[in-house]
Design a protein around this ligand. Structure first.
Ligand code: ZN
Ligand code: ZN
Length: 412
């Protein structure tokens, strides 16, 4: 049971009520001058109590109300417009906001000073709350708080309702078995995605990506308008992502449906993805997961195929010198155009040879987050020191690279 309403009027409250008489205020705006006094009453109910105590009402209304401009008289019409703006979307939680002419809000504060109230509630906060209550009653959706699916903005001056559709987030891990696809959609550099001769009108540098292959069934099921893909780091295009896969969060933009069978969708990505991208551990996520994924700096394990004429004993000796030690890596020449040029200290956590034949060998390697593995093997013309090439004293080149594991907090 809710507490019974309380609204004890002292002389100081009645003084406010008297000073506000005969100003043409609507019952909502008159009662709201004491809106933060007592509880359990709507503002028009406050007006009734005040009128009983004073022995008279606030005087005739002079529409449109000088404070709210008549906004509170049109609550039902605004509610109807909000409900219509949300049609076509699945939504369970929402918030209502309103855009007021600043002069109107300033005038309201001026009135507070004039009538001497310390209990005034702003018209904007009250309207947002009253709209929220009515939309809840009409739709059964839950208003206010975190996690709104739709955010409605009532523009009082223009007479429109803007609706912002929150993204639908999902998380999981992806395995990439194809050495030709980037992690994310990569707009064509020449045309920035508009489509040109260079990209054959696709607007893309690569025909597809993990983002597109993995996202397609979810986009279709949610009737979303696009995606944003957040990986916990990324591998090179020509590197596979194996093991348990790499954690990611996928944002589905402006989804029309939100109740998706995520596991079933993840299990059948469609023929284009077959043998190229797989998803595991897919489940619902929030915006906070994007931050978690972007800020994580997990160690990673790699398998690296290396070409170089070096005796196996020399390779083993070099690896034992490297493990547990720090290397100095200057930003690689190949990424210097998009990363600041500086020297980073990184650690080789573990390394051992898994296979060796004449002129080539394969190693498994575990490194600290942010280690440039290809450059550590080859040396990057002295920009990584020491490198495996410098330790064995012979030129080396990376033949292939696979990520075997991303050792994030949820795994080993
Ligand atoms: Zn009003
Ligand atoms: Zn292009």
């Amino acid at each position: 049971m809710a507490d019974p309403p309380t609204f004890e009027l002292g002389e100081e409250h009645l003084a406010v009520a008297r000073a506000a008489l005969d100003r043409g205020l609507c019952p909502e705006c008159y009662g709201r001058l004491l809106g933060r006094w007592g509880h359990g009453l709507s503002n028009p109910e406050r007006t009734e109590r005040i009128s009983t105590a004073l022995g008279r009402g606030p005087g005739p209304e002079r529409p449109p109300c000088p404070v709210c401009g008549g906004a509170f008289a049109r609550l039902d019409a605004w509610t109807e417009r909000i409900v219509r703006a949300g049609e076509g979307y699945e939504w369970h939680r929402f918030t209502c906001g309103s855009r007021w002419e600043p002069e109107r809000l300033a005038a309201e504060e001026g009135l507070w000073t004039e009538v001497g109230t310390s209990w005034g509630e702003s018209a904007k906060a009250a309207l947002n709350r009253e709209l929220g209550k009515r939309v809840e009653a009409r739709t059964g959706a839950l208003g206010g708080g975190e996690g709104a699916d739709l955010v409605f903005l009532v523009d009082l001056a223009v007479g429109t309702v803007e609706v912002t559709v929150a993204p639908l987030y999902l998380r999981g891990r992806y395995r990439k078995l194809d050495r030709t696809i980037p992690q994310t959609r990569w707009p064509c550099r020449r045309c920035s995605g508009r489509g040109c001769v260079h990209c054959q009108g696709t607007g893309k540098t690569y025909p597809t990506s993990v983002e597109e292959l993995a996202g397609a069934p979810f986009v279709a099921a949610a009737a979303a308008e696009g995606t944003r893909f957040h990986g916990m780091g990324r591998e090179d295009i020509d590197a596979r992502m194996l093991g348990r896969g790499r954690p990611f969060v996928l944002e589905l933009l402006r989804p029309r449906r939100r109740s998706l069978d995520l596991a079933a969708l993840a299990a059948r990505l469609g023929p284009e993805a077959a043998g190229r991208v797989e998803l595991t551990e897919v489940g619902p996520a929030t915006a906070a997961d994007v931050v978690r994924v972007k800020e994580a700096a997990p160690e990673k394990s790699y398998r690296v195929g290396i070409v170089g004429v070096v005796p196996l004993a020399k390779v083993n000796e070099a690896l034992s010198l490297a493990v547990g030690h720090t290397i100095a890596q200057r930003t690689p020449a190949r990424v210097a155009h998009r990363r600041s040029d500086r020297v980073r200290a990184r650690r080789i956590v573990a390394a051992h040879v898994v296979d060796a034949t004449e002129g080539r060998f394969t190693i498994d390697l575990r490194t600290e987050a942010g280690t440039y593995v290809k450059e550590w093997v080859e040396g990057d013309e002295g920009r990584t020191e020491p490198s495996l090439a410098s330790l064995v004293g012979a030129p080396l080149s990376v033949d292939f690279l696979d990520v075997l594991e991303v050792h994030d907090a949820e795994g080993t």
